[in-house]
Design a protein around this ligand. Structure first.
Ligand code: PMP
Length: 357
């Protein structure tokens, strides 16, 4: 029996995608081997790779002057790659922090450049107003985290135009709603939430930002070198790339980003209504900044957290515990979480409240 998995990542993969991958596991399209056994240089894999990239470009409406890279090292690898590729050691970059991942990105960047914390939410329950950002004069770039996975805090819109290029960590929101790519210089994401299994990181970078990497940048972190090599300077994460391609095809069949945005808003909205209508559950994120992907909540009796996750688990609602650094509870409801899963969670929450509230 498959369960509803509310994990923040790795997370659910659409069932039709898993079935197709299973069907193609031993013999991909009559080629006599699994995709994971193929050379990344084979025409067959190149076809898989190119199609995935084309589908991603189509879904996200990525303009022609952006490269899409399929890399390893996760989003955390990019925390270091960003300063290495965009700035010299003496340069300053601005970081706007509305959650734990943005802070981690800034801390990593400090090893390579000067970091100016242009704004930091305190506590992580909102996004600092752009008017209050203290941006540097000549920032190499401005880093933001449009959706903070641990804290459940999201930007309500892309920032208004900035002088320096915007860099956005979209790990937990890629493909979940429409993003105006042209507003950013760089977007990046670990794939293991909305785009497939772990092992793949996506970087979308505008052409004019390539070629700036400091010379000691390791090859695997150098976006220009990776771009010239079609993300195949060394062995890419082939199987994750293939699954990301299947997920893009699945999403296109659902009606693309527009259709999934509507579903995602509906799923999140009903969960927030359930929380807000109850005195037993609460969510302290300022309503404008509530994430539609990661819904965090607490119980009026926090000592019941473990009972909640255990009883939910027994009903096939798994991984509802909050991140180990913040505690509480969290339902990650990415694209592949069926609406029925959210409905089942709401039903469980109401029963749990009746029993223990
Ligand atoms: N940024 C965000 C917003 C994330 O949610 C995560 C993972 N949860 C990361 C970065 C780190 O990603 P990875 O594990 O791929 O390095």
């Amino acid at each position: 029996m498959r369960v509803y998995n509310f994990s923040a990542g790795p997370a659910m993969v659409p069932e039709p995608v898993l079935k197709q991958a299973a069907e193609e596991m031993l013999d991909w399209h009559g080629y006599g081997m699994s995709v994971m056994e193929m050379s990344h240089r084979s025409p067959e894999f190149l076809q898989i790779a190119e199609e995935a990239a084309a589908d991603l470009r189509e879904l996200m409406r990525i303009p022609d002057d952006y490269r899409v890279l399929f890399l390893q090292g996760g989003a955390t690898g990019q925390f270091a790659a960003i300063p290495m590729n965009l700035a010299k050691p003496t340069h300053t970059a601005d970081y706007v922090i509305n959650g734990i991942w943005g802070k981690k990105a800034a801390d990593e960047a400090k090893k390579f450049i000067k970091v100016n914390i242009a704004a930091q939410a305190d506590p992580f329950t909102y996004v600092p107003d752009q008017k209050a950002w203290r941006l540097s004069d000549k920032a190499a770039y401005i880093h933001i985290t449009p959706n903070e996975t641990i804290n459940g805090v999201a930007f309500k819109a892309a920032p208004i135009e900035t002088k320096a290029s915007l860099v956005g960590d979209i790990s937990s929101m890629i493909l979940s709603e429409s993003i105006d790519v042209s507003r950013y210089g760089v977007l990046y994401a670990g794939a293991q939430k909305n785009m497939g299994p772990a092992g793949l990181a996506i970087v979308i970078v505008r052409d004019d930002l390539l070629g700036r990497a400091r010379k000691e940048t390791p090859l695997v972190w150098n976006w220009s070198e990776k771009s010239v090599a079609g993300s195949m300077l060394n062995t890419p994460p082939t199987y994750s790339w293939y699954l990301a391609g299947l997920i893009c095809k699945w999403l296109k069949a659902q009606g693309g980003i527009k259709a999934i945005t509507e579903i995602n808003h509906r799923k999140a909205q009903k969960l927030y209504v359930t929380i807000d209508e109850s005195d037993f559950y609460s969510n302290n994120i300022k309503p404008d900044y509530r994430s539609i992907m990661n819904v965090v909540f607490t119980l009026a009796k926090p000592e019941l957290d473990k009972t909640f996750t255990e009883e939910a688990g027994r009903q096939g609602l798994k991984n509802l515990g909050g991140h180990r650094s913040v505690g509480g509870l969290r339902a990650s409801i990415y694209n592949a979480m069926p609406e029925a899963g959210v409905d089942a969670l709401i039903k469980f929450m109401k029963e749990f409240e009746k029993k223990y509230g």
